[in-house]
Ligand binder design. Structure first.
Ligand code: ZN
Length: 268
């Protein structure tokens, strides 16, 4: 290409950033030397920048470019457009700038398609990133919680004023052997041991029975594939315990004990 670009669409393609290789090199070599072409390029940039306003400044991927190129080369004269032009050959073509309106429309439609594709891709990438971050955050929180609990267990076990309370099965009730480590000052208890599973639709619930006032729920007995899961519970600090007890309650537990006492252990 030694003279003006041979295809009028080259200005739009260049402004869109999709003119490539030799065509791009020839275009860039010619335009600065030619006032007419420089003006056409400025016009093309104006058209494209209107669209670009709505889009993030990101280069389309090679596949998007390829698709755009195909659309643009397929678009210039559709069969119906050719027929219309054959039917009314003398009707002057309405134009915008140097290009026929139909052509500008094709470029703008293609450009809009690119922007939509790029936006969708960006959105997908963001969604993916947010997903990954979310997963990592949840994992991190889980690990942090496990670490915190391990620290609390150690602190509870090491504290000199931590009491260990053994809970014994009451006559005629489910068998079990449960121990509660309790530190009143720290307001912390840890429950471990075993108890036969509760009947259907029922839960075993652990209670701190204070020296004064109503029992305080200290959590539900849960099972993981058989044995009772040990658990740690935060309680209001400074409450002196008279006893710990496990009662049989409706599934999910109750705010205050309503069922029979299954295991009881006085604080000595
Ligand atoms: Zn020129």
């Amino acid at each position: 290409m030694n003279g003006h670009p041979t295809r009028p669409e080259d200005f739009d393609l260049y402004a869109l950033g999709v003119l490539e290789g030799e065509e791009k090199a020839a275009f860039e070599a010619h335009v600065p030397t030619c006032a007419a072409c420089a003006e056409k390029l400025a016009e093309a940039r104006g058209r494209i920048s209107l669209l670009a306003f709505a889009a993030p400044p990101i280069a389309p991927s090679p596949s998007v470019k390829e698709r755009l190129m195909r659309q643009i080369h397929a678009a210039p004269i559709s069969v119906s457009a050719q027929r219309e032009r054959a039917r009314a050959p003398r009707e002057p073509e309405r134009t915008v700038g140097p290009f026929p309106r139909w052509w500008t429309g094709a470029v703008l439609a293609a450009a809009a398609a690119v922007l939509i594709l790029v936006s969708i891709r960006l959105w997908q990438e963001n969604a993916h990133l947010i997903d990954e971050l979310g997963v990592e955050r949840v994992e991190l929180q889980k690990q942090q919680a496990q670490l915190d609990e391990a620290r609390h267990v150690v602190a509870l076990m090491e504290a000199k004023d931590t009491r260990t309370v053994a809970l014994a099965s009451q006559p005629g009730m489910a068998k079990g052997d449960v121990r509660v480590m309790y530190n009143a000052k720290m307001g912390m208890a840890m429950c471990d041991g075993w108890v036969d599973p509760a009947p259907a639709n029922k839960s075993y619930q652990l209670w701190l029975v204070p020296m004064e006032g109503k029992p305080i729920s200290a959590g539900l007995v849960e099972y993981s594939n058989g044995p009772m899961k040990p658990w740690m519970v935060k309680l209001p600090p400074g409450v002196e315990a008279k006893a710990f007890a496990i009662t049989l309650e409706p599934e999910g537990g109750m705010p205050q004990p309503t069922g029979p006492m299954v295991l009881v252990g006085p604080v000595s």
